[in-house]
Design a protein around this ligand. Structure first.
Ligand code: IMP
Length: 423
């Protein structure tokens, strides 16, 4: 049985959580493959909004097992809070949430190192979520990290101490003002570890391999977006993992020839949180309207998101890198009321028109070239079928499908589970 993937095609916050929740009824297993609590996956149903950071977005369904894969980095402190938030829903967490032994742990000192590194960069800072993501992946690739499986060892605290002590000397190296009480942070960390240890740790690659042999349907859930990928994103303003399709192979142990459908999610416009180039960014009333109507504030940090027109050059690149088979367009409802809409179809790159994403998309190199299309007035949020959609929106969708050469299978018209049109 093939493993389907679901991932973001822009700079994150496309609405992956909502769609995983919508699709979970079709799957037996939902497996998160990378990132950590820098993610904020938002789901809404029955009038309640839920934000998940590490726990996969299939957790609210009885039919599916949820796996935190080896490619994920886990902060036990945040994980404990997530579990506490779920308590009131009486979910049988113990039997439906399994953690890979090979997933790496975010230590309190990783968070401090993230803060120190960002503070030392001044204006050049990445705009990290300060959750310790970069330093944890650095320890992973530097072969110094601590993994979930280490917590099964008697002496895990010795390993912890050695790594935390090393981190403390690295924090000193940055020579920035950072106030912290490590003892308190460590107490919190140990409490988080105790909660984590109540869950079942598994060799997730083996579990998934067996599940495939038994014909179980698996959906791999990505976090962040393709333009934040450590290799293919707008480096260095990226996150520290592979957010693109290949990340699901390494982040779960799924062989490439077992990947089935690749669901690519994008917003009908574009947003970005944190620093880094964003060619179609708007600084005018249109941008402010998108931010207001789309409630564009980070689900993890609360920071306002930068907004702009849809960038087809960047989107095509993401479709190619991921091998997207099915597209899903989110937040079409936010564009209702714009008389005309702009879509960036090529760039003026150092005086030449190009239609691929170049190495450097800083504003001094790139100016977007737009195609203007007609907008729509209608409120989409109560619409439930393709036939009800206004003609101008159908033209917008057809234009994108033609340019991207991939069908748009879902149009989301609001944050709730039910506000989802299948095509
Ligand atoms: P980090 O992953 O916390 O190190 O942040 C690196 C960059 O990725 C920053 O620009 C963050 O704002 C951005 N980022 C990380 N996670 C997310 C996410 O889930 N959604 C949107 N942006 C994110």
């Amino acid at each position: 049985m093939a493993v389907d993937l679901l991932l973001g095609l822009q700079w994150g916050d496309e609405g992956k959580g909502k769609i995983v929740d919508v699709l979970t009824k079709n799957y037996d297993i939902i497996a998160r493959f990378q990132g950590g609590p820098n993610a904020g996956h938002t789901l809404e149903f029955d009038g309640i909004k839920h934000v998940l950071h590490t726990i996969p977005s299939g957790i609210f369904h009885d039919n599916a097992v949820n796996i935190v894969g080896n490619g994920v980095v886990i902060d036990p402190v945040i994980f404990k809070k997530e579990l506490e938030n779920l308590k009131k829903f009486n979910l049988d967490i113990a039997s439906k949430l399994f953690i890979s032994r090979k997933a790496h742990l975010i230590l309190p000192t990783h968070r401090l190192l993230d803060a120190a590194s960002e503070a030392s960069k001044g204006k050049a800072k990445i705009g990290s979520t300060l959750k310790g993501i970069g330093p944890t992946y650095m320890d992973k690739t530097g072969r110094n990290g601590m993994r979930v499986g280490d917590l099964e060892l008697e002496n895990w605290k010795d390993k912890y101490r050695a790594l935390a002590d090393k981190h403390e000397s690295m924090i000193d190296y940055y020579d920035v003002d950072l106030e912290y009480n490590l003892k308190e942070l460590e107490l919190e960390f140990c409490e988080g570890v105790e909660e984590l240890k109540k869950l079942t740790f598994i060799d997730s690659e083996e579990y998934l391999h067996q599940a495939q042999r038994e014909g179980k349907k698996i959906l791999a859930e990505g976090a962040q977006g393709s333009l934040l990928d450590i290799d293919f994103g707008t480096y260095p303003f990226v996150t520290s993992s592979n957010t693109t399709a290949a990340g699901a192979c390494t982040g779960l142990g799924v062989p490439p020839n077992k990947i089935g459908k690749v669901f690519g999610i994008f917003k009908a416009y574009a947003t970005r949180v944190g620093s880094g180039p964003f060619p179609t960014e708007l600084f005018d009333e249109d941008g402010k309207t998108m931010a207001r109507v789309g409630n564009e504030f980070g689900a993890t940090t609360g920071r306002p998101r930068r907004c702009g027109w849809l960038d087809l050059v960047a989107l095509k690149y993401a479709v190619q890198v991921n091998g997207v088979t099915d597209l899903m367009m989110m937040k079409g409802d936010v564009l209702s009321g714009f008389k005309t809409l702009k879509i960036c179809t090529s760039y003026n790159y150092q005086g030449k028109e190009i239609s691929h994403l170049p190495y450097n998309i800083e504003p001094e190199n790139v100016t977007p070239i737009y195609t203007e299309v007609e907008g729509w007035e209608d409120d989409l949020t109560k619409m439930s079928s393709d036939e009800e959609l206004p003609n101008a929106l159908n033209s917008y969708i057809s234009f994108l499908e033609k340019e991207l050469e991939v069908p748009i299978k879902i149009v989301s018209v609001g944050p709730d589970r039910t506000q989802t049109i299948h095509r």
